[in-house]
Design a protein around this ligand. Sequence first.
Ligand SMILES: C[S@@+](CC[C@H](N)C(=O)[O-])C[C@H]1O[C@@H](n2cnc3c(N)ncnc32)[C@H](O)[C@@H]1O
Length: 227
Amino acid sequence: MTRPCRSRSAISALALAAFLLTLAAAIGGCTADQEANRPMPVDSVYSPGTPYTTDVPYVATPQKVVERMLEMADVGEDDVVYDLGSGDGRMVITAAQQYGARGVGIEIVPELVEQSRSYARLAGVTDRVDFYRANLFDTDLSEATVLSIYLLPEVIDKLLPKIRREMDPGDRVVSHNYGDTIWPPDRSERLGPDHVIHLWTIRDSTSVPLPPTSTSTDEPDTGPSGR
Ligand SMILES: C[S@@+](CC[C@H](N)C(=O)[O-])C[C@H]1O[C@@H](n2cnc3c(N)ncnc32)[C@H](O)[C@@H]1O
């Protein structure tokens, strides 16, 4: 008669330990990245209550456009796909689930970050994707081999110096609907009346233009001839 009692208390102890571990992770802000020893792409992660303003409203990219964007960027197992302003996480989750890539989503709206994490759990890709509640302008892009964006032109304009500084030759940038007016794409493809995908492959840092308004300390854009 004592055995069931012992196993009940063992289960309770396990449950308590699991709860305490979860609590410690939440209080300490421990992320899957830290557990897996992956680099943190942002210096500051917003806590759930931090107030915020968005630079772009939330509009989801339709799934068929998501898949075409990943195909155009030729995403594969060796890629690390970053989505700046990742919404419900669909780009990063699809990159992991269907193309075997690793993915990082940066999103400022806390509810969308929570939704992304729960979709990632449902899709079974939590070992390959990470979502951070952070400002996209605070993100270090050096690890990204593919950058996905669905952002307004003025926001892309402000990101150009960062892309130029932190991304490498051979890396790709893929954008839903915007960016072509400030950076001529290598390739564009229309999907129906409402969607166009633009793709850029970085050749060298000078192939990414600096916006005319840039106050960056980057070298001036001298163009391909270097003059
Ligand atoms: C047009 S939606 C694109 C969502 C997703 N990438 C997709 O294609 O389905 C832009 C997203 O950027 C987020 N966002 C806006 N300003 C941001 C900022 N400063 N930092 C991080 N995310 C931001 C919005 O909350 C929104 O989810």
